[in-house]
Design a protein around this ligand. Sequence first.
Ligand SMILES: C[S@@+](CC[C@H](N)C(=O)[O-])C[C@H]1O[C@@H](n2cnc3c(N)ncnc32)[C@H](O)[C@@H]1O
Length: 203
Amino acid sequence: MINAVRQFFEDHAPTWDDRMPADIVAILQRFATPMAATFSTVHSILEIGTGTGAFVPVLREYAPDARLVSIDIALGMLQMARRRCPPECYIQADVHHLPVAAVQFDLVVCHNSFPHFADKSRALREMRRILQAGGKLMILHNNSRAFVNQIHRQAGDPIADDLLPPGEELLQWLMDADFQDVQVDDTPVHYIATATAGAQISS
Ligand SMILES: C[S@@+](CC[C@H](N)C(=O)[O-])C[C@H]1O[C@@H](n2cnc3c(N)ncnc32)[C@H](O)[C@@H]1O
């Protein structure tokens, strides 16, 4: 199934940005303004499922000096991201097997990508593994869960079942993966989960 999802994004990469609003960067900057203070304190960010890089300018705006590494399973999406933001560090990789040593980053960001991760518990444990204790995780959607899930269902296979979980379900997965201070803001306008890596590293 992961291969089918990857192929879906490889196939759509050349035209992916055509479906975005022309002012997508401004939209995302407004969405992320409440998180600016957190972004400004971090030194190293891993963005997972970066796609064509829509969120990269936002991270650069709010964390201009941080080391930023962007990962995506689909090479075609990363090639589009490279055109948008040439100097960044892009790596083709699967969130379930991050090619990154433990405790390297102090922020992990998943913007509009979490529903596509086939084994969400495993993905969260991988994110925890590469975070330093006290590091932050942000799972961000600038639309509601209902809207995101409807779009994916309408798109059909292979992403029809790539759904955002109810807040309580994500909260439990995050705590099981050794995250603390978990907050899931599952509202009619957005879905924002934040958590802090605990002291223990999950295997
Ligand atoms: C809907 S796009 C969002 C891209 C971008 N973050 C944005 O906000 O426009 C989801 C991205 O997640 C990537 N993705 C899906 N499954 C993945 C996995 N297992 N590991 C890493 N990336 C994955 C896809 O290739 C795709 O580029």
